[in-house]
Design a protein around this ligand. Structure first.
Ligand code: UDP
Length: 240
């Protein structure tokens, strides 16, 4: 363990859109995948145990299917399968960077991934493997943010890392308001009451009720994941 390490075990939530780069919100861009994996390899080298939850929004989102007339649960299962595709892509990229990984899915697809088994996931961490948690919670009507919060609690992570498009949480929309200021810290209650968009309410209340700190930071700034892991005060910390 590196002496300046702030977190030893974390869950990182990446949205599906984090993998599509500038391709207009759809698909997987190999270059983006590669740079993300290279960053994670740095974190791996520092001795951090990382569980990763990837979204599926770059391929399919349940709500979108439902609003087009599909049955919501059916549509959500398609969304969960989308997260499996992203998880396999990330696994490939991570292993090319020399990071040993396992994919565990909440929906059994035994030919391509292990089933999610909590104690086995913990064992993987102990053996120095990253675990990619695929298929969300395995239940429709949930999000991968909620899956990330749930897994963070289950594996006793020290924090949930939520990588976003922006630097952190602002008092107003920083895109349309140049004078917007970023919060360094925010309480769970404020986060929930102000309906901060970076995470849905189910995920946020789960974190609050189980006192799981959330670190919100910008993904596309190279080195950011490592900065947070080493205790730098970047982005916004949501805590008690
Ligand atoms: N999903 C689900 N249950 C879960 C996690 C995800 O039904 O526990 C479905 C849901 O349809 C969601 C889709 O998978 O829209 C993709 O996940 P999400 O929208 O959270 O991905 P992101 O926005 O992070 O890319």
């Amino acid at each position: 363990r590196h002496p300046n390490l702030r977190y030893r075990r974390i869950v990182l939530k990446l949205s599906g859109e984090a993998l599509c780069g500038s391709t207009g919100g759809f698909g997987i861009q190999p270059e983006v995948l590669r740079t993300t994996a290279a960053e994670l390899a740095d974190v791996y080298a520092a001795g951090v145990q990382v569980g990763i939850v990837v979204g599926g929004g770059n391929i399919f989102r349940g709500l979108k299917g439902a609003s087009a007339g599909m049955d919501r649960a059916q549509s959500d299962y398609m969304g969960m399968l989308a997260t499996v595709i992203n998880s396999l892509a990330l696994q490939d990229a991570l292993e090319k960077e020399g990071v040993p990984t396992r994919v565990q899915t909440a929906i059994d697809i035994r030919q391509i991934a292990e089933p999610y088994i909590r104690r086995r996931a913990i064992r993987h961490f102990e053996k120095g493997r990253f675990v990619i948690f695929a298929a969300g919670t395995g239940n429709p009507y949930f999000s991968t943010d909620t899956a990330a919060a749930l897994r963070a609690m289950e594996i006793h992570a020290e924090a949930l890392f939520k990588a976003t498009k922006v630097e952190g949480i602002y008092d107003k929309d920083p895109v349309s308001n140049p004078d917007a200021t970023m919060y360094k810290k925010m309480t769970f209650d404020r986060f929930i009451n102000d309906r901060i968009g970076v995470m849905d309410a189910t995920a946020a209340t789960l974190c609050r009720d189980n006192n799981m700190p959330i670190r919100v930071f910008k993904l596309t700034e190279p080195g950011n994941i490592k900065r947070v892991v080493f205790g730098e005060q970047i982005g916004t910390t949501v805590e008690k």
